[in-house]
Design a protein around this ligand. Structure first.
Ligand SMILES: Cc1cc2nc3c(=O)[nH]c(=O)nc-3n(C[C@H](O)[C@H](O)[C@H](O)COP(=O)(O)OP(=O)(O)OC[C@H]3O[C@@H](n4cnc5c(N)ncnc54)[C@H](O)[C@@H]3O)c2cc1C
Length: 506
């Protein structure tokens, strides 16, 4: 931690929030300590944001990662950042159990459902390729509509495609409204792809992922070693832009003036604390839709058996659709098959089998009347935690994301965080690097092609900038993207307006 006196020539920068985005921004800026004096104010007692570890109730002294769990090998920026601090993930081969009884399927066996839907699974490949080719158009259309247009059955959507999309983005009950282009990217995008599309089984068998190490320790290790001043338990209460500077006051009423401020907390908090936001700021940030979700960490095996096809020692993920409304989903994890530290923990009954710690996530409390939460035996509950997550409905890509580029840097205020694009740890990290880059800190991993491609894409979409200025293809794209996006947003709004006038739900 830095203790030296601040130099007047250096830019005074405040990062609000020390989640993945704030930590990444702090990392980039701290490498330029001749140019920047960086402070990080974090509301929570530790860094990490939703990437947290918690001690759980019940026998033993177990600590689990209770929010973020893992990522794909394509999370190059996350993995590079970790390796700078001697940290690495543990490889996991993802095994998933979907549905129950006649609707059951997995990514490693051929169940009756997979056999019945085989022709549609094959046709889905064509649907994906078309969506991918016309991505700009399909960005604004929900997957439920697009799959209907392409003649896919409700059974295929509800039992296969929606659960799979929900698994990747945690979109739960908003999944039918997720942008079709984003869904196609889950399968086809080289940078984002989680599963290889398989024309026979839909999913490739056991794709490789990685599990994070204990996240509390990981973030503590990173933030401790950075050349920044880190202030945990210091929530920002107000941010005012005044005469080319930014005045920030914390919840205890203590204020400071900074040259630049990077917001990495969620969009709702920004709007709460930012004094006199512009119309565009209100519109773009106010269009990020948040939902309340709750995770219950438990050891209720009977609950798991009642709702899922439980292959105890194999699967990491379980997804069920609500029998009364198959577009509604619930998800569970067997954390013991996921987190390396839990694998070796044995049950306490003297037997040598693994102790299975499950986590069930109940999404969007507006639909809590159909949650099965109360069926979990209270004596087997180990941890209850509420989250506020945003959703990737088409509205996010029509009303929020395209406008972020016009907000960046206005009045010396910058925005980072996964909500600026897509809800993944990798995007959060990239967004922090991008904000730091706009202030003058070089992108830290230019030699890793995939990592820098992802950074460049983000910079183009959310900042409207190319990393290398001058006459090149990326600069040209950055100029063309804005009017193209405006036209498509207008077109999407027009189509949705017409459909509304025709009494059709959008
Ligand atoms: C339960 C859950 C599980 C997930 N699992 C995965 C996963 O397995 N893999 C994956 O890739 N992604 C996962 N994600 C998504 C992804 O990890 C997140 O999108 C990403 O980590 C968010 O990082 P962030 O920095 O944008 O925001 P956050 O992590 O939300 O960080 C924002 C920070 O700002 C702080 N803050 C808020 N208000 C203030 C204030 N007024 N003053 C100061 N500080 C403030 C907060 O305390 C927080 O630390 C998961 C998300 C959730 C919620």
């Amino acid at each position: 931690m830095k203790t030296s006196l601040t130099s007047p020539k250096k830019k005074q920068v405040l990062i609000i929030g020390a989640g993945a985005a704030g930590t990444a921004a702090a990392y980039s800026l701290s490498k330029m300590d001749d140019k920047f004096d960086v402070q990080v104010w974090e509301a929570a007692p530790q860094a990490g944001g939703v990437a947290t570890s918690e001690k759980i109730d019940g026998p033993g002294d177990l600590v689990i990662n209770d929010g973020v769990q893992g990522g794909c090998p394509t999370y190059r920026n996350t993995l590079n950042l970790m390796s700078e601090f001697g940290l690495s993930g543990s490889p996991v081969h993802m095994k998933i159990s979907f549905g129950k009884g006649p609707t059951a399927w997995t990514n490693y066996t051929r169940t009756q459902l997979v056999k019945t839907l085989a022709p549609e699974i094959k046709r889905f490949g064509r649907t994906l390729r078309i969506i991918n080719k016309l991505e700009f158009f399909f960005l604004f259309i929900p997957i439920s509509k697009v799959l209907k247009w392409f003649g896919h059955s409700e059974e295929f959507c509800n039992q296969m495609v929606f659960p799979l999309t929900a698994l990747f983005f945690g979109t739960g009950n908003q999944t039918p409204h997720v942008s079709a282009a984003i869904m196609a990217r889950v399968f086809l995008d080289d940078d984002l792809r989680l599963f290889d599309y398989d024309p026979e089984c839909l999913l490739s068998q056991s794709p490789e992922m990685f599990a994070f190490p204990r996240l509390h320790d990981m973030y503590a290790t990173i933030i401790r070693q950075l050349n920044v001043q880190f202030f945990p338990n210091r929530a920002v209460a107000s941010v005012t832009r005044r005469e080319g500077k930014v005045v920030v006051v914390d919840e205890k009423g203590k204020g400071m003036t900074f040259d630049e401020v990077i917001f990495t907390c969620n969009a709702e908090t920004v709007l709460k604390v930012l004094h006199e936001p512009s119309c565009l700021e209100r519109r773009a940030l106010g269009s990020v839709r948040y939902y309340n979700d709750v995770t219950i960490t438990h050891e209720d095996e009977e609950y798991m058996e009642r709702h899922y096809e439980l292959h105890k020692d194999i699967d990491q993920y379980f997804i069920r659709t609500d029998p009364s409304d198959p577009s509604k989903l619930e998800m569970s994890f067997n954390l013991s098959n996921y987190q390396p530290g839990l694998k070796s923990v044995k049950a306490e009954d003297g037997d040598s089998h693994q102790r299975n710690i499950y986590q069930t996530i109940f999404l969007d409390d507006a639909t809590k009347d159909i949650w099965t939460k109360d069926e979990i035996d209270p004596s087997k509950i180990r941890l209850v935690r509420w989250w506020r997550q945003f959703s990737h409905t088409w509205r996010h890509f029509a009303f929020s994301m395209p406008f972020m580029r016009y907000l960046q840097g206005k009045g010396h205020v910058w925005y980072a965080g996964s909500y600026t694009l897509i809800n993944t740890h990798e995007v959060a990290i990239v967004s922090g690097f991008a904000a730091a880059n706009r202030l003058g800190a070089p992108y830290p991993f230019p030699d890793d092609q995939l990592a820098s491609d992802q950074f460049d894409q983000y910079l183009l979409l959310v900042h409207g900038r190319a990393r290398h200025r001058g006459c090149n293809c990326a600069t040209l794209k950055s100029f063309l993207l804005a009017p193209l996006w405006a036209i498509l947003t207008g077109l999407a709004l027009f189509i949705h307006f017409i459909m509304r006038c025709m009494g059709k739900d959008v």
